[in-house]
Design a protein around this ligand. Structure first.
Ligand code: GUN
Ligand code: ZN
Length: 442
């Protein structure tokens, strides 16, 4: 092997190597290397192979980290989350539109304060990493300083992150509104400052159609034309009252998605969160424009929004990743989120197998974000973001894992019983950036 190797990781590895459009037969392109060796050069993967095949490459210049007994998977990808809502997770009693008014907007109004934004950014990123999530697509607030704080903190950690300032000019408290011109110029300045800086990327982030006037949407369209490699991140068809409201606000449009589509906001780098109450024509539009979906199971259950149609999404081959959607979602943890996704499937006679679930949380999420050339698995040249899972951290988990016959059952037990205790270490860009603080011996 001519390529330089600076570090090596020993343990069991699981990832997906295929780029199939939808995981109908995921076992065909999943890879489980029970006694494996991952070679790194700085922040990049050199190769993943069996220990036997690779051990001769370990010179005394290569630092080896031994994770035998652990299961190492690519870092989780969270395709939809709101960092300022971390502090209001678990707000009681309301569905979407009342929940926004009563809880969300008051909390978001605090992010004009740079010190608060910096403190919450650090807390938020720590939550992601301690739950094994290494990349996320993130909403800020309407305040540009909210996004400056988040990008600065992510940059220091070397994380791959996509984020954007919320754009909104109606149907919210005055202190959170802006004019379309302000929204344009502030967003433009943020793109210039952050987009493609290190591992950071910018997402144009109109909150959703009800808080966007036609004039604001025209500004989003203009920015997308000026910066065609930015992402577009918004909400779509989450709640029946919201859908009816969009129809009354935009009577000339055929559907909710048609509002975004007519402003040219659909496409390969467009990510629409929720997509629960879609009409046939909207599914077709997502498919034809190669737009992608963030499925947010804990949020959809917590706000009583409805059941996402996993079957239709798979049949249409629409790229889909998992979003925790904190603070409407109730956990940062992808294992727990996959467990809830399974239950959403069960309520619709859809069996979400562990292989499909872990695909969506890793390579599938990377594909939904159009980042699969950089992250999502252990192929050579990929960025070395991964999570070291301890498969059994309680007596119950130990018993159940001991009863599991194969890797699929082990993964299913992890997504059913697992939580943040199962995250042993999180690596970003070839560096360990999170591990539990050892308990004090008192
Ligand atoms: N729709 C518009 N804004 C929001 C939000 O902050 N959270 C969720 N879940 N849906 C939204
Ligand atoms: Zn959301």
């Amino acid at each position: 092997m001519s390529e330089l190797v600076s570090r090596a990781i020993r343990g069991s590895f699981f990832d997906f190597t295929g780029t199939a459009t939808h995981p109908q037969k995921p076992a065909d392109y999943a890879r489980y290397v029970e006694e494996g060796l991952l070679l790194l050069n700085g922040g990049k993967v050199v190769s993943l192979q069996t220990w036997e095949a690779g051990r001769h490459l370990l010179t005394d210049k290569v630092e080896v980290t031994d994770y035998r007994g652990k299961l190492i998977v690519p870092g989780f990808v969270d395709c939809h989350i709101h960092y300022p809502q971390t502090e209001m997770i678990g707000a009681f009693g309301e569905q979407l539109l009342e929940w926004l008014q009563q809880y969300t907007f008051p909390v978001e109004s605090q992010y004009h304060c740079e010190a608060h934004a910096a403190e919450m950014s650090a807390f938020f990123l720590h939550q992601l990493l301690s739950n094994g999530t290494t990349t996320a697509l993130v909403f800020g607030t309407v305040h540009p300083q909210s996004v400056d704080a988040l990008f600065s903190a992510a940059d220091r950690l070397g994380m791959r992150l996509i984020a954007g300032k919320v754009m909104m000019d109606r149907n919210a408290p005055d202190c959170l509104l802006e004019t379309p011109e302000e929204s344009y110029s502030q967003t433009r300045a943020l793109i210039t400052r952050w987009h493609n800086r290190g591992r950071l990327s910018y997402a144009l982030t109109p909150r959703f159609a009800p808080t966007s006037s036609p004039g604001l949407l025209a500004k989003v369209e203009q920015l997308r034309a000026e910066f065609p490699d930015t992402w577009l991140h918004t909400h779509l068809s989450e709640n029946p009252q919201e859908v009816a409201w969009v129809k009354s606000l935009f009577p000339d449009h055929q559907s909710y998605l048609d509002v975004y589509h007519r402003y040219r906001l659909t496409g390969k780098r467009s990510v629409f969160a929720h997509c629960i109450h879609l009409e046939e024509g909207e599914w077709a539009c997502l498919q034809q424009t190669d737009s992608s979906i963030a499925f947010c199971p804990t949020s959809n259950l917590f706000l009583g929004s409805g059941l996402f149609n996993l079957r239709t999404c798979g049949e249409k081959g629409i790229r889909m990743g998992i979003g925790t959607d904190v603070g409407a979602g109730t956990t940062f943890n992808m294992l727990q989120t996959l467990g809830e996704a399974y239950k959403v499937g069960q309520l619709q006679q859809y069996r979400l197998a562990a292989c499909e679930a872990f695909y969506h949380a890793t390579l599938g999420g990377a594909r939904a974000l159009d980042l699969d050339d950089r992250i999502g698995n252990f192929l050579p040249g990929k960025e070395a973001d991964f999570v070291v899972l301890d498969p059994a951290v309680s007596a119950l988990q130990q018993m159940r894992q001991a009863n599991s016959r194969d890797i699929w059952e082990k993964l299913f037990v992890l997504m059913t019983l697992g939580d943040d205790r199962n995250i042993a270490h999180t690596w970003v860009n070839g560096q360990c950036v999170w591990q539990p603080v050892p308990e004090e011996n008192t």
